[in-house]
Design a protein around this ligand. Structure first.
Ligand SMILES: NC(=O)c1ccc[n+]([C@@H]2O[C@H](COP(=O)([O-])OP(=O)(O)OC[C@H]3O[C@@H](n4cnc5c(N)ncnc54)[C@H](OP(=O)(O)O)[C@@H]3O)[C@@H](O)[C@H]2O)c1
Length: 312
């Protein structure tokens, strides 16, 4: 089976690709020279593929890379290219709480993308996944670096929110089941086996990282302000505005209500210290994580060596 993965250079896409035959896998991302709104390039990439796994997405907007353009126009292009290339199946990775009219552009555009897949006329599965963790993720990575960098950790609000973290192994198992047509439903919720309070998830990660920060509960608006600040200043924000919204409402229930995979395919692994340890990154946040530092270094390089791309 030949498979194209949009977002195949990202966290989930990389782990999925590692479980597939490289000779029969096509990786689509800007880093491999294909933007997901380029229908001709996508059609060429998808030609000869039996299935497309659509993982490309963003969690913050930068310049022209808006949620509308990447999630909605990008998915429209993926569907059109899949149709032109005669692809038989699309599996899309969406977010557990993607839904319309909720006041968050991330959630609303992911929902709009789901609808494009559901209306594509191509056999499909939409996976609405909760927070996925594992080596190279955005969850254990950010919390670990934060507790290694600062002695205090701001927790979201005064009411505990619940999460059901999904180990990347489990998430890839469900993706593979979807590819093989083994899921009975065409829209499926992917949640981890263990439900815990967000604060406990953070404490568990800090314990594994051997740090004991002081936890300070702060109002939700403070986390939103922190998200805006870190989107402006950090290469990969400590928390993006879309993530602040996710944390504020919890990530333990599908919205709208969605069936889970059958037992045997459903995620079964707990958020254990052993699995957190496997996902632990090296290092902490440094000034190299700041966008002005990256720009300054790129400008210096350009002065020394001639023109190079400036990373955002
Ligand atoms: N991680 C989670 O916990 C989680 C949970 C539920 C849903 N999701 C969704 O699942 C998807 C994958 O998540 P992830 O954690 O793997 O994200 P990620 O690590 O940020 O990877 C995103 C991927 O999308 C590609 N991409 C972004 N904009 C693109 C564009 N304009 N054209 C082509 N490729 C583009 C990126 O590659 P380039 O930068 O090279 O283009 C990268 O390969 C996302 O849509 C995310 O919203 C993630």
């Amino acid at each position: 089976m030949r498979i194209a993965i949009t977002g195949g250079t990202g966290f989930v896409g990389r782990h999925l690709a590692a479980r597939l035959d490289p000779a029969d896998t096509v990786i689509v991302s800007r880093r491999t020279g294909i933007a997901i709104d380029d229908i001709d390039a996508l059609t060429a990439a998808f030609t000869g593929c039996d299935a497309v796994v659509h993982c490309a997405g963003i969690n913050r907007e930068i310049g022209g890379q808006t949620f509308e353009r990447v999630h909605v126009e990008g998915t429209r292009a993926v569907v059109e290219a899949a149709r032109r290339a005669g692809v038989g199946r699309i599996v899309m990775l969406s977010f557990l709480r993607a839904r319309p009219d909720c006041g968050s552009a991330y959630h609303e555009t992911k929902w709009a993308a789901e609808e494009l897949i559901r209306q594509s006329g191509i056999e499909h599965t939409v996976l609405k996944a909760g927070m996925i963790y594992g080596p190279g993720d955005h969850m254990v990575d950010h919390v670990t670096k934060a507790v290694r960098t600062w002695p205090v950790f701001a927790t979201v609000g005064f009411r505990e929110r619940k999460v059901r973290p999904v180990p990347i192994e489990d998430a890839v198992d469900v993706l593979l089941a979807a590819l093989q047509g083994r899921l009975p439903d065409s829209t499926v919720a992917v949640m981890g086996a263990e439900e815990l309070e967000l604060g406990e998830a953070v404490r568990r990660i800090a314990r594994v990282a051997q740090r004991r920060p002081v936890y300070i509960p702060v109002p939700v608006w403070t986390i939103r302000a922190l998200a805006q600040l870190t989107e402006w200043t950090m290469v990969t924000p400590l928390v993006a505005k879309a993530q602040a919204r996710m944390l504020a409402e919890g990530v333990s229930e599908a919205a709208p209500s969605t069936p889970e995979p059958p037992p045997g395919i459903r995620p079964a692994l707990p958020f254990s210290e052993e699995r957190i340890r496997a996902a632990l990154p090296g290092g902490r946040f440094t000034i190299d994580d700041l966008r002005p530092t990256r720009h300054a270094r790129a400008c210096l390089r350009r002065l020394r060596n001639g023109p190079v791309a400036v990373a955002s």
